[in-house]
Design a protein around this ligand. Structure first.
Ligand code: GLN
Length: 522
C-alpha cells in the first residue's frame, strides 16, 4: 500500500482501519453493557444478608427486579434519540461517542459503591452514556464508506462481530469475577473495560479524522432548521397537529390506565413522532422524503423482529430453566450458558451471511436491504417452529430436548444477521447527513420498544401457555416478513436507487466521509 496515504485512508483486510478502531471501542462498550446487564436482575434479587461469597444484594422480589430491568433495557435504547440529536445538532458523532464513553466509565465506576443512591445514579449514567455512544458510533461506521460502496454492508457485519465478541466475553468473564470477588467487583470490571474502550478510541483518532465531525450549519443555508423551529411549525400544519393531539390523548389515557411511567413514555414518543412528521415535511426533495418514508416503514420490521427475538432473555430463558433437559454427558449445562449461543453463532456466521448476500448482489440477484430484513424476520420466525416442537415434546413426555433450543437460537441468529447489521447500514445509506444520528437513534429506540413488547408477549405465556405463544410468534413474523416481500417493488422504488450499482470501492486520495446525500446536496 502506498505510503502517501494519510492514516484515515489506510486499509486493513480490505476495510478502512477506522472500522477496526470503532470495532474495538464498541466491543469494550458492549462488554461493559452486557456484563453489567447479566448481573443486574441477580443482584437486585440477591438477599441483603450477603450470605454467599458475592456479598449483599438488594433483596427485591423477582417482579420488582424484572420491572426495573424491563424499563432499564428499554430506556438504554430510547435514549439513543436524544443522543443522536445532540450529535446532529451540537457536537457531531465523534465527540458524542467520546462523551458517552466518559459517562459510561463514570456510571460503571459509581456502581462499584454499595449505596442505593449509587445504584440508581450508576444506572442513570449508563442509560445516558449508551444513548450518546451507541447510535453515534454506528453512524460513524457508515461514514467510513462512500455512497455505492458495497463494502459498507460487510463493514457493518464486521462491526457486529465486535459487538458480539464483547457480549460473549462479558457473559463468561463477569460471571466468574462475581463468583470470586462479589457483585461490585463485577460492576467494577465493567468500568475498567469501558476505560479500555475509551483509551482505544482516543488512541485511534488519527484513523477517524474524516468521520463524525460536526459541521455547524452555514448561516445562509435556508434548509437548516432547528428542532425548536420544526416544533413551532407544527402549529401551522393542521394534519400533523391533529395527529399529535390525538397521540397526546392516547398518552393521557395510557398515563391514567398504566401509570406515570408509561404515560411519560407515550408523551416522549408523541414528541418524537411529531418531530419526524415535521422533518418529513421540511425535507427539500422528493427523493429525501421517499427515502425517509421507506426507512420509517422498515422500522415496523425492526419492532416486530426484536419483539420476537428478545424472548431469548425472557420466556425462552425461563423455558430452558424449567422445561429443557440440559444434561449433556452427565453434566447439567447452566441455563445462562444458552444465552451465549447467540453471540457465538454471530461470530461464526456473520461474515458468511454478509458474503452470501454480497455475492448474490454482484450476480444481479435480489439483495436489497428491505429484502434481507424481510427474509431475516422469516428465518428468525422459523426459529420458533423449533420452540413449538419443544413445547409439543414437553406435552408428550414432560421434558424437551435441548437440540430444539440450539436450532431455535441458530435460526434466530441467522435472522438477526440478515436484519440487524443490514438495518444499521441501510440507515446510513438513506438518511441525509444532518439527520443521520437522529434516525440511528430512532432505530435503536425501535429495538428498545421491541424488547418491551417482547416482555409483554412473554408474560402472556402464563395465561396462554408456551405452545400458543411460540406458534403465534411464528405465524405473525412470517406474515409480516412475507408482506414486506410482497411490497418490495414499491418500497424499493421509494429508495430511488440508493442501493443500485453497488460495487467495491477503495479509499484513494479523496476524503472518505460521505453519507447518503453526497450527490444530492442541492
Ligand atoms: N445485540 C445488538 C447490540 O447490542 C443489537 C441490540 C439492538 O439493536 N437492540 O448492539
Amino acid at each position: 500500500m502506498s505510503t502517501t496515504l494519510k492514516p484515515h485512508q489506510r486499509e486493513l483486510w480490505g476495510q478502512p482501519i477506522g472500522l477496526y478502531i470503532l470495532f474495538l471501542t464498541e466491543m469494550w462498550e458492549r462488554f461493559s453493557y452486557y456484563g453489567m446487564r447479566a448481573l443486574l436482575v441477580l443482584y437486585m434479587t440477591a438477599s441483603t444478608l450477603g450470605t454467599d461469597d458475592r456479598g449483599a444484594g438488594l433483596g427485591w422480589t423477582n417482579q420488582e427486579a424484572l420491572a426495573l430491568y424491563g424499563w432499564y433495557t428499554m430506556l438504554v435504547y430510547v435514549m439513543s434519540i436524544p443522543g443522536g440529536m445532540i450529535a446532529d445538532k451540537l457536537i457531531g458523532q465523534k465527540k458524542a461517542v467520546l462523551l458517552g464513553a466518559i459517562v459510561l466509565c463514570l456510571g460503571h465506576g459509581v456502581l462499584v459503591l454499595t449505596d442505593i443512591w449509587a445504584f440508581y445514579t450508576g444506572l442513570g449514567l449508563v442509560i445516558l452514556g449508551v444513548g450518546l455512544l451507541k447510535p453515534n458510533i454506528s453512524t460513524m461506521v457508515g461514514g467510513l464508506y462512500r455512497e455505492g460502496d458495497i463494502r459498507r454492508d460487510k463493514g457493518f457485519s464486521i462491526f457486529y462481530i465486535g459487538i458480539n465478541l464483547g457480549s460473549l466475553l462479558a457473559t463468561i468473564i463477569v460471571g466468574l469475577v462475581v463468583a470470586e470477588w462479589g457483585w461490585h467487583a463485577g460492576f467494577g470490571l465493567a468500568g475498567v473495560v469501558m476505560l479500555l474502550g475509551l483509551v482505544n478510541y482516543l488512541a485511534g483518532q488519527k484513523y477517524l479524522t474524516q468521520v463524525g465531525n460536526f459541521e455547524p450549519p452555514k448561516a445562509d443555508d435556508v434548509n437548516e432548521i432547528s428542532y425548536g423551529k420544526l416544533y413551532g411549525k407544527l402549529f401551522t400544519s393542521s394534519t400533523q397537529l391533529v395527529i399529535t393531539g390525538l397521540l397526546l390523548l392516547v398518552s393521557a389515557f395510557g398515563w391514567y390506565k398504566l401509570g406515570w411511567g408509561y404515560g411519560l413514555l407515550f408523551v416522549f414518543l408523541t414528541a418524537v413522532i411529531a418531530l419526524l412528521m415535521m422533518i418529513y415535511k421540511e425535507l427539500n426533495t422528493q427523493v429525501y422524503k421517499d427515502r425517509f418514508m421507506v426507512l420509517l416503514l422498515s422500522f415496523i420490521m425492526v419492532i416486530v423482529f426484536w419483539g420476537a427475538f428478545e424472548q431469548a432473555g425472557g420466556l425462552m430463558n425461563l423455558y430452558t430453566e424449567s422445561k429443557v433437559d440440559r444434561v449433556l454427558f452427565g453434566w447439567e449445562i447452566p441455563t445462562v450458558m444458552f444465552q451465549s449461543l447467540n453471540a457465538g453463532f454471530i461470530i461464526i456466521f456473520a461474515t458468511l451471511v454478509a458474503s452470501v448476500w454480497a455475492k448474490r448482489k454482484l450476480k444481479g440477484k435480489e439483495g436489497s436491504s428491505i429484502f434481507k430484513m424481510a427474509v431475516g424476520i422469516i428465518i428468525m420466525g422459523f426459529g420458533f417452529l423449533f420452540m413449538v416442537f419443544a413445547a409439543m415434546e414437553f406435552e408428550r413426555s414432560g421434558t424437551s430436548s435441548m437440540i430444539w433450543l440450539v436450532l431455535a437460537y441458530l435460526f434466530h441468529t441467522i435472522g438477526e444477521l440478515c436484519l440487524s447489521p443490514v438495518a444499521l447500514s441501510f440507515i446510513t445509506k438513506l438518511t441525509p447527513v444532518k439527520y443521520a444520528s437522529l434516525m440511528m437513534g430512532v432505530y435503536f429506540a425501535a429495538t428498545g420498544l421491541g424488547s418491551k413488547v417482547a416482555g409483554i408477549v412473554g408474560e402472556a405465556a402464563s395465561d396462554f401457555g408456551e405452545y400458543t405463544i411460540f406458534l403465534g410468534i411464528l405465524i405473525f413474523t412470517v406474515i409480516i416478513g412475507t408482506l414486506f416481500i410482497m411490497l418490495l417493488k414499491p418500497l424499493k422504488r421509494l429508495t430511488h436507487g440508493a442501493e443500485d450499482n453497488e460495487r467495491e470501492m477503495h479509499i484513494n486520495e479523496t476524503e472518505g466521509f460521505e453519507l447518503a446525500d453526497a450527490d444530492l446536496n442541492n
